[in-house]
Write a protein that binds this ligand. Structure first.
Ligand SMILES: Cc1ncc(COP(=O)(O)O)c(C=O)c1O
Length: 407
């Protein structure tokens, strides 16, 4: 397998050359990644040349519409789904509120749904509100280390359950849940699955088709793109879920769950996410006609790089007896989202890291239910150190040195 060329990778992100960011190692990627140059170029071109109502016959409008379609078709090819199974919305949170509204219209009192307490609030709170309509809400709970055990889900599934919502990876504990296995269980029980992939997509675009989720969600702005939420909804489900868009658009699958007019420029700029992926693929592997195969190759290469950087950080944190490392205790089975609970509150630690040239976050990360389940006071919170494939090994060493000073 090709070894990631870190200089090439970083050359694709204008942020690394910007003066205000020099000397600062970025460890809050789970909150929002740097944007790749290809996306910024498309966004800029759209605003300069195509900022008109799309899909009319004049050139600027036609090109605007074509670029929006290009974003949908090229991203869906990488994700291994049909182009009309992908839609864009303002954010993953707004997308789940729309989807919860649709399920609320389809389900009836007495039906049940399952949510977790491992999720970011975006994929649990909107669903829990269906309880007000008489829908039974069951909670698939984490164990004492924040792990979601599939066997515990099995005990909650029965013929009343119509939907199971869970994360691919928690934005706090970072553990990779066995999504394909869980979706198969859910399907066998006659229910739909809704998977929050926001915390995993930045570590490699997933093979959504292969995972078998009925709904798969992630956020482009954490995946080197513009501020958009991306929804993959299987045709069979999209066709039976009540339309949330204008009535005359009900026949256009990808418009059914985007009630607001989309942000045209940002939708178009999402094509830049695939430009970037393709540039990385070509640089490291050469030509490959299959988009999903390109996605998989880059995913594996990035994961290997992140794993190499993750091990020393995990080893360092495990070697300290004054911090509690949340989630898996090794670099295996997790992504590079590392949260620790220390004597000082998470936010205070993030503040202490600023003069050390480390950009990190501290707090509850909207995973309040998970912190509570782990016995951590949400106001005390955790320090989260999250990185992606563009992170340099030297930055991890710098982080370890800084942690030595502030913890
Ligand atoms: C795991 C996870 N799910 C959902 C969200 C919400 O995404 P958005 O900001 O696009 O609404 C976040 C944001 O931090 C997240 O980390």
């Amino acid at each position: 397998m090709a070894h990631l060329d870190i200089d090439f990778i970083r050359s694709q992100f204008p942020a690394f050359a910007e003066a205000p960011l020099q000397g600062q190692a970025f460890f809050e990627n789970a909150g929002g990644s740097y944007t790749c140059g290809a996306v910024i170029e498309r966004l800029t071109r759209y605003y300069k040349q195509r900022k008109v109502q799309p899909y009319y016959p004049f050139a600027a409008s036609r090109l605007a519409g074509e670029e929006m379609d290009e974003a949908r078709s090229r991203l869906s090819a990488v994700l291994n789904i049909e182009a009309d199974e992908l839609s864009f919305g303002p954010s993953t949170t707004q997308n789940t509120y729309v989807l919860a509204q649709a399920f609320g219209q389809m389900l009836k009192a007495g039906d049940a749904i399952i949510v977790t307490n491992q999720d970011h609030e975006a994929n649990t709170g909107p669903w829990r509100r269906l309880a007000a309509q008489g829908i039974e809400v069951r909670e698939w709970q984490v164990d004492e280390v924040g792990h979601l055990e599939p066997a515990a889900l099995a005990g909650l599934l029965d013929e009343k359950v119509k939907l199971v919502c869970f994360p691919h990876v928690s934005n706090l504990v970072g553990e990779i849940n066995p999504v394909a296995e869980i979706c198969a269980m859910v399907r066998a029980a006659g229910a739909y699955s809704c998977v929050d992939g926001v915390s995993v997509a930045p570590h490699g675009l997933p093979d959504v088709g292969g995972l078998g989720a009925d709904i798969y969600l992630f956020s482009a702005y954490k995946t080197f793109g513009p501020h958009q939420g991306i929804m993959a909804i299987k045709r069979a489900l999209a066709d039976v879920l009540p339309n949330q868009g204008h009535y005359f658009n009900a026949g256009v699958r990808y418009k059914r769950f985007t009630p607001a007019g989309p942000d045209h420029a940002q939708v178009a700029a999402c094509a830049g996410m695939v430009d970037y992926l393709d540039a990385v693929h070509t640089h490291h592997f050469g030509a490959e006609p299959d988009a999903a195969a390109r996605g998989r190759a880059v995913h594996e290469m990035n994961a290997a790089h992140e794993g190499e950087l993750l091990s020393p950080l995990i080893d360092y944190l495990r070697g300290r007896n004054d911090v509690r490392l949340l989630g898996p205790q090794s670099a295996v089975g997790r992504v590079a989202t590392v949260s620790v609970v220390a004597n000082k509150p998470g936010y205070a630690l993030a503040q202490a890291l600023v003069p050390e040239g480390i950009m990190a976050g501290g707090g509850d990360f909207y995973a309040v239910r998970l912190l509570e389940a782990l016995g951590v006071e949400p106001a005390h919170g955790a320090l989260r150190l999250s990185f992606v494939h563009y992170t340099h090994a030297d930055e991890v060493q710098k982080l370890i040195g800084a942690l030595d000073k502030v913890l």
